[in-house]
Structure formats: structure tokens, C-alpha cells
Design a protein around this ligand. Structure first.
Ligand SMILES: [Zn+2]
Length: 212
């Protein structure tokens, strides 16, 4: 399957880029998730939120009760390229930008909490999945399998700068991809070409990039 990544901000004839207003990204997200979600920190306290689709694999921490940071999300079966993995139906408004939040618009308050096992999607510079957050339409916010498809047991990852402009916590990346960026701090620090080479670039990232 060919995945065509198109820019929603169509260039006009004089070359200027039309940038949506910040309000176009506002979303009426609930303050609390529809279904309560308490982040599990080990397999002992874990119940899958999407048992048919994927599951969290915990790497047990040496210290009981302390979260291990190498936990990951893996596919429960094979997926075709572009297939829907999950909708963001349990998302809530994030009170603050945090390591766990996902950015859905260019404004300072445009951050959501996933409130599901999707929280365990790690970053990769060659991701297997793509988070798609069309502006201002939470009903269409979805995670899709990337163009290479996904095999049962494979890690479900996404490219964090596809949603994050300037991350709360940057990090040194060990994703192992040939195209690894080494250090990941958000889209603000990358070129549009670097972003587009790694899959979907969300509307708000394009809008912020156009203004930069
Ligand atoms: Zn990397």
C-alpha cells in the first residue's frame, strides 16, 4: 500500500502557506476520562484496555513497586499497512504538558492524556504506528499501523515529534533505526523534511512549522 502524506495547509499560488487559526484546534475534551484509567506499573496490576488489539509488556523493575521505563506496547496479531489500531475514545484534557501527554494543537493548553494502554507506545525514529490528530475533531483521532504493517508481537511505536512541538522531557534515543535522530526534543528542533521522512506530520505541527 502506498501511503500518501499530504499537507493540510495547501500552499497558495503565491507560495504563502495558509495557517489555520489556533481556535481551529480547540477540542471539547472531557476533564476526566470516560473510563477510569490507572496506569499499571507491573504485570501484577495490569488489565489490558484493548485485549484484542495489543498489550503492555512490562520489564520488571529491580525494586518492587517502582516503574520500569522499558515497558512497551506490542501487537496481539498481524496488522495490514494503514490498519486502524485504536481510536482515542478515552482521551481527556491534560491539565499540564507532561511526559505522558500528547499534543493535539499549537496552543499551550492543547494537550491530552490517552488514558489507555496507548500510553505505553514508545518513541521510534522508524515507527510502526502513526498517531493521527486532525485539527479540532477528536472523534477522528486515531492510531494507525504504519506503511510497513505490523506483525504479532512487534513493538507498537510512534514518532513523538509527529505530535510534540517542544517536549516536556527530551531524551537520547536508542531506537536502533538507521535513520535515528540521536536526540529527540520535539518538532521545533527538526526540519519539515526530517519530520515528513518519518511519517504523518499532524496539522498543528505543520502550522507551528509554517510560523517558525
Ligand atoms: Zn531514534
Amino acid at each position: 500500500m502506498t501511503v500518501i502524506v499530504s499537507s493540510p495547509n495547501t500552499a497558495t499560488q503565491n507560495g504563502a502557506v495558509k495557517v489555520p487559526t489556533v481556535n481551529a484546534f480547540d477540542a471539547d475534551l472531557p476533564a476526566e476520562p470516560a473510563v477510569e484509567f490507572i496506569k499499571p506499573i507491573s504485570s501484577a496490576s495490569y488489565t489490558a484496555t484493548h485485549p484484542e488489539q495489543f498489550e503492555v509488556v512490562f520489564s520488571e523493575s529491580a525494586e518492587p513497586g517502582v516503574e520500569a521505563f522499558s515497558s512497551k506496547l506490542v501487537a496481539k496479531h498481524d496488522y495490514a499497512p494503514g490498519e486502524l489500531l485504536a481510536t482515542l475514545s478515552n482521551a481527556s484534557q491534560a491539565p499540564v504538558k507532561a511526559y505522558s501527554s500528547v499534543q493535539y494543537g499549537p496552543g499551550p493548553d492543547h494537550h491530552l492524556e490517552l488514558n489507555s494502554d496507548l500510553l505505553f507506545m514508545n518513541h521510534s525514529c522508524a515507527p510502526t504506528a502513526q498517531l493521527q490528530l486532525p485539527a479540532g475533531t477528536p472523534a477522528r483521532w486515531e492510531v494507525h499501523v504504519g506503511p510497513a504493517g505490523l506483525a504479532k508481537g512487534e513493538d507498537i511505536t510512534f514518532f513523538y515529534p509527529s505530535t510534540e512541538w517542544d517536549m516536556a522531557q527530551g531524551f537520547d534515543c536508542n531506537c536502533g533505526a538507521k535513520t535515528c535522530l540521536g536526540n529527540v526534543q520535539g518538532a521545533k528542533y527538526l526540519t519539515l523534511e526530517q519530520l515528513e521522512a518519518r511519517g504523518v506530520v499532524n496539522d498543528h505541527i505543520r502550522a507551528l512549522k509554517a510560523q517558525q
